[in-house]
Design a protein around this ligand. Structure first.
Ligand code: NAD
Length: 331
């Protein structure tokens, strides 16, 4: 099939090109993201392949239908960026990569926790300037802490397995309780109870209308003083303004985020020569106890390989008219 590939980065191209020979597909790589100004590039293709910040709304879907696009292959797990009702109306099938390497994201969440709790981000800079003073580098142990995990799907479960190895107590909130997690010693509670008992809260649920701003002024007030908040899921799970207020008062002791509410205007771009226009991310960067990474939790060699293989096999299954195990539909 002819695939129009949007938001291409060099690592996407390298990884997909490894698996393309023999697949029977052809990919046109476009660096631009998919939007109303760029969608015409999809003309002459049958499939659009897009990533997390390609917002695919009803208007774009209507135009893609006119271009005879039959399939949208999301090369990511989350699908909050696409209007599935509108896709169904336009009779465009949507597939995704539900789990490529949950460990990649879970390990990154732990990288954020470990960096912030042991201040290695500060130590790295200090030592490079021959400053070997330890003042201000006192950390906290992870061992023995209570971690609240919101969402025990593929990534949340991988996260719990790692946390168990650190000797943490694990409490969780999910709409479904998972038996493997219960055997591991994870106990399930209401969101309020999880937030009120956790030293560290790590978010691993999808962004939906129900979970939008689930971390807000009210839910932050239910948390322990000095709580650590880690978000590797989706930016809009968190009300950034409320989090900034809580960082200013010390209610939130540290914040590690790989995702950001307004990230679609900022992430995946080199803006080092530009004046940052986003006031909230600028404010977040002023806190010594905040660590931000630019949606890189998925970015491991192993995960990229899985993303490429599963995306190409989703497209092949669609071409052959096979049952699509990774299809997503409006509920
Ligand atoms: P998953 O579907 O396997 O798990 C999601 C879990 O959240 C499920 O167990 C589900 O029941 C639960 N859930 C749904 N609604 C909930 C609610 N209101 N409250 C509590 N729990 C709820 O998904 P996953 O593969 O574990 O991925 C989780 C999220 O991580 C994705 O939705 C995506 O947004 C994000 N993600 C981020 C990156 C990154 O690079 N930062 C990469 C992949 C995925």
């Amino acid at each position: 099939m002819k695939i129009a590939f949007f938001s291409t980065k060099s690592y996407d191209r390298e990884s997909f090109n490894q698996f393309l020979p023999g697949s029977g597909h052809h990919i046109s790589y476009f660096e631009v993201k998919l939007d109303k100004d760029t969608l015409s590039l999809a003309a002459g293709h049958e499939v659009v392949c897009s990533f997390v910040n390609d917002k695919i709304d009803a208007e774009i879907l209507k135009e893609l239908k006119k271009l005879e696009i039959k399939l949208i292959a999301l090369r990511c797990a989350g699908y909050n960026q696409i209007d599935l009702n509108a896709a169904a109306e336009q009779e465009i099938t949507v597939v995704r990569v539900p789990a490529y390497s949950p460990e990649a994201v879970a390990e990154h969440a732990f990288a954020l926790i470990l960096t912030l709790s042991r201040k290695t981000h500060k130590a790295y800079n200090r030592v490079r300037e021959n400053n070997f003073s330890l003042d201000g580098l006192t950390g906290v142990n992870i061992h023995g802490k209570t971690i609240g995990v919101i969402g025990t799907g593929a990534i949340g479960r991988a996260f719990c397995r790692i946390a168990k190895g650190f000797g943490c107590q694990l409490i969780a909130n999910d709409v479904y309780e998972n038996e493997e997690m219960k055997t591991l010693g994870v106990t399930y509670h209401s969101l309020k109870k999880v937030l009120s008992r956790s030293d560290i809260v790590s978010l691993h649920c999808p962004l939906t209308p129900e979970t939008h701003h689930m971390i807000n002024a009210e839910t932050i007030s239910q948390m322990k003083d000095g709580v650590a908040l880690i978000n590797t899921s989706r930016g809009a799970l968190v009300d950034t303004k409320a989090v900034i207020k809580a960082l200013k008062t010390g209610k939130i002791g540290y914040l590690g985020i790989d995702v950001y509410e307004q990230e679609e205007h900022i992430f995946f771009k080199n803006l080092s020569e530009e004046i940052m226009q986003d006031e909230e991310i600028s404010r977040l960067m002023t806190f010594p106890n905040v660590l931000i990474t630019g949606h890189q939790a998925f970015l491991t060699k192993e995960a990229l390989e899985q993303i490429s293989k599963i995306t190409l096999s989703n497209i092949s299954d669609f071409e052959k008219g096979l049952k699509l195990k990774n299809e997503i539909k409006a509920t």
